[in-house]
Design a protein around this ligand. Structure first.
Ligand code: GSH
Length: 240
């Protein structure tokens, strides 16, 4: 049995992290049996979540998890796609993970109101005396990471121009398909669904959320995918 290490469900989403959400979607799309465990971050080999433990084989990072599942279980997540569509799917996924993601991190962690409604809740178990310092330190780390990535050097207006374009590109690739690349889910649906649903969480107000919300094929896709893969969350009024 595969164990997926997670943060847990927050903000009306299956997981606080879009990458953990993606990792779970890969397992669901592959129809593999799995269980979820929380509090594995400290033991994670790369200091991040998710990672999986497949009967003693530890694999960290969702893209490496995908490659592992493909190899170990003989799965082709992109079966049925043309060579060109495989390329488009992979490039779209990486635009979301390595570009758009950082704009979402900015709004979630560095906007004061969003931080208080969202990540501040992660610190509730910290002793009250050190809580402000812990929050300040982690937000400082996030700021430095965004600066090192490069996105954090942009103004909010510049970041918004970039995230608007990313959502438009995603909407253009999806078109009126049922799934990202056609009539069946492919590997990149795990990422597309996780990132669209994360961006649309009503807990976080931002120009990025407003843009995603203004693209009807993205919201309809989120709703369809939620109903299909997380029916237990489908009626959650906080997901709107
Ligand atoms: N490339 C990684 C990214 C994973 C990642 O960034 N996880 C974040 C949460 S969204 C994390 O665990 N952060 C904890 C930390 O940096 O301390 C993947 O695809 O799994």
């Amino acid at each position: 049995m595969i164990t997926l290490y997670t943060f847990g469900s927050y903000f009306g989403l299956p997981d606080a992290s879009p990458f953990v959400f993606k990792g779970e979607m890969l397992l669901k799309i592959a129809r593999l049996e799995y269980c979820k465990k929380r509090r594995g971050l400290a033991r994670g080999p790369k200091g991040k979540l998710p990672y999986i433990d497949d009967n003693g084989t530890i694999v960290a990072d969702t893209t490496l998890i995908r490659l592992y599942l493909e190899q170990k279980y003989g799965i082709d997540f992109d079966r049925g796609l043309s060579i060109r569509d495989r390329g488009v799917a992979w490039a779209t996924e990486k635009m979301l993970e390595d570009h758009l993601y950082w704009v979402l991190v900015y709004w979630r962690w560095l906007d004061d109101a969003n931080f208080e409604r969202g990540p501040a809740n992660f610190f509730k178990r910290a002793p009250a005396i050190i809580r402000p310092l812990a929050k300040w330190k982690i937000r400082g780390n996030v700021r430095r990471t965004l600066h090192a990535h490069g996105i954090g050097r942009h103004s909010e207006a510049e970041m918004t121009a970039l995230s608007d374009r990313a959502f438009e590109a995603l909407s253009q690739v999806l078109g009126d398909n049922a799934y990202l690349m056609g009539n069946t889910p492919c590997g990149a649906d795990a990422t597309a669904f996780a990132f669209i649903a994360t961006a649309l969480s009503p807990v976080f107000e931002s120009p990025a959320r407003a843009k995603a919300h203004a693209l009807p094929n993205l919201t309809a896709y989120r709703d369809r995918m939620m109903a299909e893969f997380y029916p237990e969350m489908g009626s959650d009024p906080s997901i709107s």
